[in-house]
Write a protein of this length. Structure first.
Length: 310
């Protein structure tokens, strides 16, 4: 199960009723934060979630509304007596940007590690998360992220018994590690079925529609995607500043065949955003307006019954 909390939905500047765009996920005791604009730490507190388990922060790009909250977040973590290291991911230049921001948060009781993304598409593994960063099309270098919880195949004890594999090696094989014992080699494929469908979440802000976004969001359980503008006459402005409209995001969701779409990163000028949703749902029916503090749980699919497997 992956817990998801959309901390804020505002773009450009925080508003009294909208924090800046940020997302927090939890899986197996590990929390991952995507973007950290001004006042993100307040949004975390308001949602009732904890700072202690945040061990990874991913940045889409270095515009202030996506990273200016980092010094405050680091200080809040330090004041909470954090000692575990924190890992940051972001486009090239991350180390320089973080070093500059840390002039106002110079002393911390934990280490901060920076991992820079240097390829158009790059994969990282962190505490059970598979993180795919993919380049999108904004007016500065910007990346979207797909977060996956992979699920291995079912363990077949009958196969292990058939091959005469001692039970003390079963757990090792389930972890994908081959075993050599008494002149024999036992491999995971001898006892494990094919990989099953896992959980997939894609998060993308500040971009025009791109093939990289469609590709990496394909089949996602949830796509959280920017919709800077909802008014039909704002399309030219969206193209000028390299953002998306509600309707473009809906078309991306439809083309990528995602299960659900949440819109986020709204323009400060956008009011009554819900009024535009009927037109959005004409394009993609399972589209929802993102709201600060909106939460959900993404679960693994139930295993198929024997009848379904035939």
């Amino acid at each position: 199960m992956l817990d998801v909390c959309l901390l804020g939905t505002a773009g450009m500047m925080p508003l009294p009723h909208r924090f800046l765009t940020s997302l927090l996920t939890r899986y197996n005791g590990s929390s991952l934060l995507l973007d950290c604009g001004e006042a993100t730490q307040i949004a975390v507190k308001k949602a009732g979630w904890s700072f202690h388990s945040i061990d990874t922060i991913c940045f889409t790009h270095y515009h202030a509304d996506h990273i200016s909250g980092l010094p405050g977040m680091l200080l809040t973590m330090g004041n909470a007596e954090r000692t575990e290291p924190l890992t940051l991911f972001g486009p090239k230049g991350l180390k320089q940007v973080v070093a500059a921001l840390r002039t106002i948060a110079p002393e911390l009781p934990f280490e901060v590690h920076c991992e820079e993304i240097t390829e158009p598409e790059q994969v990282f593994y962190r505490n059970g998360y598979k993180i795919t960063a993919f380049k999108v099309n904004h007016n500065v270098v910007c990346y979207g992220y797909t977060i996956e919880i992979e699920r291995q195949g079912r363990f077949h004890p009958e196969n292990a018994l058939q091959y005469g594999i001692p039970k003390n090696f079963w757990g090792v094989l389930q972890k994908g590690i081959p075993v050599q014992y008494d002149g024999c080699e036992y491999t995971p494929d001898m006892v494990m079925g094919p990989a099953r469908k896992g959980i997939k979440l894609t998060y993308c802000t500040d971009t025009r529609p791109t093939e990289s976004l469609v590709k990496n969001a394909r089949g996602a359980d949830l796509l959280i995607c920017e919709g800077m503008y909802a008014e039909k006459d704002k399309l030219a402005k969206a193209k000028q500043y390299k953002h998306m409209t509600f309707y473009e995001a809906a078309r991306v969701a439809k083309e990528a065949a995602v299960s659900e779409l949440w819109l986020t990163h709204f323009s400060p000028s956008l009011v009554h955003a819900g009024d535009y949703m009927p037109q959005v749902r004409e394009i993609f029916s399972n589209a929802h307006l993102g709201k600060d503090g909106k939460m959900t749980e993404l679960n693994f699919e139930d295993e198929a019954t024997p009848e379904q497997e035939k």
